[in-house]
Design a protein around this ligand. Sequence first.
Ligand code: NAD
Length: 482
Amino acid sequence: MSTGAGVDVSPDHYIGGMRVPSAERFSDRSPIDGTLLAEVARGGQREVDLAVRSAAAAFPEWAALGAAGRAPYLHRLADLIDANVERLATVECLDMAMLERSLRARVIGRGARNYRSYADLAAGYEERVWESNGTRNRVIRMPPGPAAVITPWNAPFMLSTWKTAPALAAGCTVILKPAEWSPLSCSLLVDLAGEAGLPAGVFNVVQGIGEEAGAALVSHPGVRRVSFTGSPETGRLIGTAAAGNLAPFTAELGGKGPLIVFEDADVEAAAKKAAGQYDDAGQVCLAGTRLLVAESIRDDFLERFHRHTDAHVLGDPRADDTTVSPLIHPDHLARVEGFVERAREHGDRIVRGGRRAELGGLYYEPTRSEPRGNDSEVVQREVFGPVLTLQTFASEDEAVELANSTAYGLSAIVYTGSSERAERVGRSVRAGTVWVNTFLVRDLTAPFGGMGISGIGREGGDYALDFYSDLKTLQIVEGSTA
Ligand code: NAD
């Protein structure tokens, strides 16, 4: 099919190296203007069975190549991603409304870097070897079999590469189920995998609805790893299904990150970054959505924060001056509205925004609330929209206590001019990643994941490669039968 922008994308599954249709279809519309982009194949048990069989059939040969033998395939895929940035950015922007210029400039390219980095990292693995009790011990990575990968609708391309790159590099074959609200860029990705020469069945995509195709995939007994990114609610269901087959499971889940600004911080930089949390309409798991500001600098911070917020331009994510895009789906807009309405009823002060934008469509105004208390729902639950809360603190201890007062623990942002405080607070805040005086900068080899209800397990570097491997201990006593 051809999307509104004239880019060809198949709406069908990709199983065993071939396009496979389904009789049932679901409609995929652009959040930008509601244009129908595709009638996408709606997979179920039949398609999942087929895909797992294909992945199992392709597994022995792919595993036998070894990491060094698999690396050239993944490098070719990375090169093809780089050569297709325009096409991928166009489709991703139409399908989930991320700003097209960020997609072009960095997001799509990160997908290519994921395949390159993991190919090289896996190929460079040095088996741990040591002597003890007269025997030589070695730790070997063995690919376990087909891996199921389930991704969310925000940043679907980048997140799919982030998960499938270590899986493929470690020697798993893959069945990817993208989210039903943004299924198209993964369809292009798997075309590129075919073009890169990945053998049939190594990388499969089953399209469909979470409760149908997704549920069938994660409970399939032929799957030996389950990797999920999405909400904690779905994470619980998927973890339970994976446990039924004793398939190891990793989950990157939602966040409710604090953005803490101390009185010794560069307040201008902090206020600018705080207003930047509205980027992508706040549909970012790592966003610092709870602004925690030292009482003594509250007014100064707010004056600057509102100036930067005023500078935001809501609009079409394809336009160069847009900074805030529409929400993904009418159901999601209703969900965000529900949070704000309940906050009002609870007695929170909605200080800015708090309504749909005049632009119409799925646009929602950047919103700031001053919650009545720390138990307010918008403080305690992820909204996943352009809604920030502001609370103040009188001491460092109180800031840390507030930061750690939700069930989440994905990320935190801290602004301070003191390196001692950076170290202290960085260690005390309960989050998988803490950024001090910066945001979203990340080394791919560092561990990434959440604490509390923000996730189980770690991705990134060797942590991901270990997850997609069975670690074996091999002990050999040369020439002895004892
Ligand atoms: P979601 O949990 O609704 O869906 C995620 C995926 O799970 C989709 O592909 C969906 O089809 C599938 N799914 C739904 N029910 C299923 C089931 N019963 N069995 C198997 N699969 C099922 O999440 P979403 O709304 O797509 O994404 C937003 C959430 O993702 C937010 O909570 C956000 O914070 C989180 N997220 C986390 C990270 C991270 O790295 N921690 C990154 C991006 C998004």
